[in-house]
Every structure is written in structure tokens, then in C-alpha cells.
Write a protein that binds this ligand. Structure first.
Ligand SMILES: *Cc1c(COP(=O)(O)O)cnc(C)c1O
Length: 480
């Protein structure tokens, strides 16, 4: 039989479209997506990489596995709580419910009592103000970077009593040289700020900045003073910086002398609602406001444990100025974010808090239960080793969070990532470490099953490689 005959036997599209699997898939997928899945298998058959008889089952399998989004849920077994590559903070149950509820029509800008237009996201704002009593007002935007952009664009001396003698009045952002951070993947705060047309007036040295450095920089050209909390690195040794309270004093003295009030903007990065004894170097929002910040910026999806958002809290005049700036419209949050932020604040403990405060002894018990179960089911001998978790992209650089991990050979890592559910462990020194800190206890069983499946895959591969004829008995696989 020639190739042409073979190709003519490839099932035609109209026939494949009649498969029951297509009818089921239509509840989740659009027609174009379904046709693309079919066309791909037909093409594979034409090219000879898929046997003709396999086209129909392959289409059925692909359709039943296909989801409308290619994003896959992942069990985070890295021990890194705010994992940038895994979507940072996982939402609480309350936040998930709220996001789903807001997904349809919702009264985001309507007072249902009067039927009239209302302030967008009033509930989320209220919840923020309750959580941070030192804030007079609050504004929620897309993310921390957008909040910073808005703040340094819209801020300016409230009463420019000083005549505009400088060539570009209010064009300088005064910031310590030690705080010009890169927040990740090549994104640098100084470059972001320069896109606003402002000049950065860098003060101090990388390791030390003194009050006098700020004082020398203040003048008619100052738009604001920015203080950035270094959330992803630490400078140790001969260092000093000027705290928020001291900056407030300097700016108050400047105001008394000149009549201009230069805003003090504080980018905290992570955003603890209250001080946490576990993270002594992480500043909290209320503390920064009490110390005298005019506006505080935090991300919603770091230690706060909510959806991606940028939260701005501070003095009434400052926040109002940001709210009414044209740029505010370009960075405004959507209803899903507003619902998620509000429910994160009003709901119970967030998964981030649970992971951060996980009891090491409990982590050990859980790891041992998983190791025992997998060892028995897959005929392995897995061990549990001490392992430090981390806060991750959310802050508290260098703070270890003592815990435990199931130790596996590195070959497990890829299989686990590609399994169902996908499990991402920490690959370190040729081992794959499974840390349960960021895994919901309810998922321990699914995690154990994924490990068993991966072990079976690894075993089958090893047997194939070591003993293609399948005759020599294999010893149980042992970790080091
Ligand atoms: C993370 C971070 C940002 C950026 O916030 P996103 O929410 O990621 O946009 C800005 N400043 C600091 C200090 C940060 O840690």
C-alpha cells in the first residue's frame, strides 16, 4: 500500500468533529481551538509521526486533557513562599471565592441601594483602612511598580512657596544610592522612575547615607523624597541609612524654613500589615505611616498574601492627588483584583501566613508521612532531611525558615514537574528536595501520589537502561 493510500485513510475533520469527546470539549473550548487540536493530529499523521489508526484516540486524549488556559496549577514544594515563577502569593479560600463571585457582573461602581454610580472599589479601600489605622486614605492599582510610577509622577511639593527658580522645578526625585534596586528580571527602579521624565538625585554612598546628604539635595527642584526598602538583598558591614522618622524630621524642618512641603514616599516592597517577630527587619505599613511617610507603597501579592496589586496608603491630600492624576486611570485595578484584595484582608489567615509560620515539627511529621508512604508504595527508601525555606521574592532576604524536606535523586525533578498535579521541588546539589512548607496539608496525599508515579517512571526508565531484556532482578532504588 502506497503512502498516498495510507494518507487517504486519515480520518476527515467532519468525522472527527462528531466524536463524543468533541461534544464534551465544547463545554470548555471554542470551535477554533477544537479544530486546531484536530488539525495538529491529522498533520502528524500526514507527516508519518502518528500512525493513522492513532489519530482518533490521540484527538480524544488531547481534547479531554485540553483546558482553555495553558496555565497549570502547581504544588510548590520548593519551600520558597513568595515564588515569582510560580505566581507569588497563592490566594486564600476567601479571596478565591470573592474573585469567582466578581467574575460576572458585580456592583463595582454602583450603589445598589440608590442605583447610582459609586466609588470604584470602596469595599477594598475600607478594608485596607481598617487593616492600617494610621492611613487616612488608600488607593489600589495594578502592581507595586505601577504604584511607584504613579507616586513619583503625581507627587510634588504641596505648597510650592518657593519660586520656580530652578530650570525644572519639581523634577528631582531624591533617593539614597543604596536603595536604587533591581526588583527582578532586569527591572530596575531607577530606570522605571526616569521614564516619568524626572531626574534621580542620588544621595549618599552605596553602603552609607547620612541626613546631611539628603539636606544638601533638597531644593526647589525636589519633587519628592523616596525611600525604598531593599526587599531582595542585604548590605552588611559598614552601613547606615536614614530612617523614615528621621527623614520626616528633615522634611518638617525644610517646610518650616521654606514653606514647601516635599512629600515623603516610602516603597516598602513587601507589605506586612503588622510587624512579624519572625521577620524583624521587614517594616510594616502602619509603622512606616506612623514614622511620617506621606505615601507608603506595597505589593498585594508578596507577604500580604493577596492578588497582584499595588497598594498606596497615606495622607489624605497625597492619596487624593494620586487618585485624581490622569495616570491613575492607566494603572487602575480590575474588579477581580479589588475583590481579591478585599477578601484577603477580611478573610482569615492567608496561605502565605500559614507557610511562614508553619511549625517545623509539623513539617517534619508531614514529610515523614509522605516519605513513608512513597517508600512503601514504590519500594524505595526515602529519607527526610533538614531544609530551610525562604520568604522569596517577597522580602526578608537571607532569613532562613527552618523545616524539612523529602530527599530524592535529581532525576525526579523533571518527572514531577510534568506530572499531574505538577510538583515543583528544589533542585540543589544533585538532589530534588520536596519541602511541604508551601503545600496545603490537604494536598499531601496528591503530592505523595505524584511522587509514587514519578518513582515508577524513574524505575521503568532505569530498568530499560540497565536491563533492556528485563531479566536481571533490580535492587530497590536508594537515595544517598
Ligand atoms: C517587588 C517590589 C516592587 C515592585 O512591585 P510589583 O508588585 O512586583 O510591581 C517595587 N519595589 C520594591 C522595593 C519591591 O520589593
Amino acid at each position: 500500500m502506497g503512502d498516498d493510500d495510507e494518507r487517504r485513510r486519515i480520518p476527515r475533520t467532519d468525522r472527527l468533529l462528531e466524536l463524543p469527546a468533541v461534544a464534551r470539549a465544547r463545554q470548555r473550548l471554542g470551535e477554533a481551538e477544537i479544530r486546531a487540536i484536530i488539525a495538529e493530529r491529522q498533520r502528524a499523521a500526514r507527516e508519518g509521526s502518528l500512525p493513522v489508526a492513532e489519530v482518533e484516540p490521540a484527538v480524544e486524549r488531547a481534547l479531554s486533557a485540553a483546558a482553555a488556559s495553558t496555565l497549570r496549577p502547581v504544588l510548590n514544594a520548593t519551600g520558597v513562599i513568595v515564588h515569582t515563577n510560580l505566581g507569588r502569593a497563592p490566594l486564600s479560600d476567601a479571596a478565591r471565592e470573592a474573585v469567582l463571585a466578581a467574575a460576572g457582573y458585580a456592583d463595582i461602581e454602583m450603589d445598589l441601594g440608590t442605583g447610582k454610580r459609586s466609588a470604584r472599589g470602596a469595599g477594598a479601600r475600607e478594608a485596607l483602612l481598617r487593616a492600617c489605622p494610621a492611613a487616612e486614605d488608600a488607593l489600589i492599582v495594578n502592581n507595586g511598580a505601577a504604584a511607584l510610577l504613579l507616586a513619583v509622577t503625581a507627587c510634588g511639593p504641596a505648597a510650592p512657596a518657593a519660586p520656580a527658580t530652578a530650570s525644572a522645578p519639581g523634577q528631582e526625585i531624591v533617593v539614597s544610592r543604596g536603595e536604587l534596586v533591581e526588583i527582578g528580571a532586569g527591572f530596575r527602579l531607577p530606570e522605571l522612575m526616569e521614564t516619568t521624565g524626572a531626574r534621580l538625585r542620588e544621595v549618599g554612598a552605596t553602603n552609607r547615607t547620612h541626613p546631611a546628604d539628603y539636606l544638601r539635595a533638597l531644593g526647589p527642584a525636589t519633587r519628592c523624597v523616596l525611600k525604598v526598602h531593599p526587599s531582595n538583598f542585604r548590605v552588611d558591614g559598614f552601613t547606615s541609612d536614614v530612617g523614615v522618622a528621621r527623614l520626616r524630621e528633615l522634611l518638617d524642618a525644610d517646610e518650616a524654613e521654606t514653606g514647601r512641603r516635599i512629600p515623603l514616599v516610602v516603597d516598602l516592597g513587601s507589605g506586612l500589615l503588622a510587624p512579624d517577630p519572625l521577620l524583624p527587619d521587614e517594616p510594616d505599613i502602619d509603622g512606616a505611616l506612623r514614622a511620617g511617610a506621606d505615601a507608603v507603597i506595597v505589593s498585594g501579592d508578596k507577604l500580604l498574601g493577596g492578588p497582584q496589586a499595588g497598594l498606596l496608603l497615606g495622607r489624605r491630600e497625597t492619596i487624593e492627588r494620586l487618585r485624581t492624576h490622569p495616570l491613575a486611570r492607566a494603572v487602575r485595578s480590575d474588579k477581580l483584583t479589588l475583590a481579591g484584595v478585599e477578601a484577603t484582608l477580611r478573610g482569615g489567615r492567608t496561605p502565605v501566613q500559614v507557610a511562614l509560620h508553619a511549625d517545623p515539627e509539623r513539617l517534619r511529621e508531614r514529610a515523614e508521612a509522605v516519605a513513608t508512604r512513597v517508600s512503601a508504595a514504590a519500594d524505595l527508601h526515602l529519607t527526610v532531611v533538614p531544609h530551610d525555606g525562604r520568604v522569596g521574592g517577597g522580602g526578608a532576604p537571607g532569613v532562613p525558615l527552618p523545616g524539612w524536606a523529602v530527599e530524592l535523586p535529581e532525576v525526579f525533578a523533571t518527572r514531577l514537574r510534568l506530572g499531574t498535579p505538577a510538583v515543583v521541588g528544589r533542585v540543589h546539589q544533585e538532589r530534588c528536595l520536596i519541602d511541604l512548607r508551601c503545600v496545603d496539608e490537604e494536598d499531601d496525599e496528591a503530592l505523595a501520589e505524584a511522587l509514587v508515579e514519578a518513582a515508577q517512571g524513574v524505575r521503568a526508565e532505569a530498568r530499560q537502561a540497565l536491563d533492556p531484556n528485563g531479566e536481571r532482578p533490580l535492587k530497590p532504588y536508594r537515595t544517598r
